[in-house]
Design a protein around this ligand. Structure first.
Ligand SMILES: [Zn+2]
Length: 155
């Protein structure tokens, strides 16, 4: 079963983007990757949303985990506006209208590196990403604790 964004999800994403646009760049930021995402969210959003929906339609929904799985044996990378981007980073940044910096790692909380479900992504650094790996190896993944809504993780 392919994944399609609901009307409600699209409306909440639009409201979050409006909020981002109202408050963006209040302090000067020069980090290159952050500015690239800001440009995508601000000026190329329709194209980004179309790519996001295309990516989701291409995934398979796994009811047991809630994952939107690519079924690949490696992390999916896409090219968007001439730039190579990791696909789950893309779905998170676009769903949440949140530019990402080079230092921010999009960590899978579901332990499934082929998952594109933005709700299963949490931002952090490399050290936290490694902690996730150690914790998942030792205790497994608490699927019942995974968020259902990506935007719910922002507040
Ligand atoms: Zn997942």
């Amino acid at each position: 079963m392919a994944v399609v964004l609901s009307t409600e999800a699209l409306e909440r994403m639009a409201a979050r983007r409006a909020e981002y646009l109202a408050h963006r760049l209040k302090v000067p930021i020069t980090e290159e990757q952050y500015l690239w995402w800001d440009d995508v969210i601000t000026h190329h959003h329709a194209e980004a949303l179309a790519t996001y929906e295309k990516l989701l339609r291409w995934t398979t929904y796994r009811p047991s985990t809630g994952c939107f799985s690519t079924n690949l044996d490696t992390v999916l990378k896409i090219k968007f506006r001439g730039v190579n981007v990791v696909a789950h980073r893309f779905t998170y940044a676009i769903h949440c209208s949140l530019p990402l910096s080079q230092k921010q790692v999009a960590r899978h909380q579901c332990g499934n590196f082929t998952c594109l479900n933005a709700a299963h992504i949490e931002l952090g650094d490399q050290a936290q990403n490694f902690q996730d790996y150690l914790a998942a190896s030792a205790y497994g993944i608490r699927r019942d604790l995974l968020p259902r809504d990506p935007l719910g993780t922002l507040r």
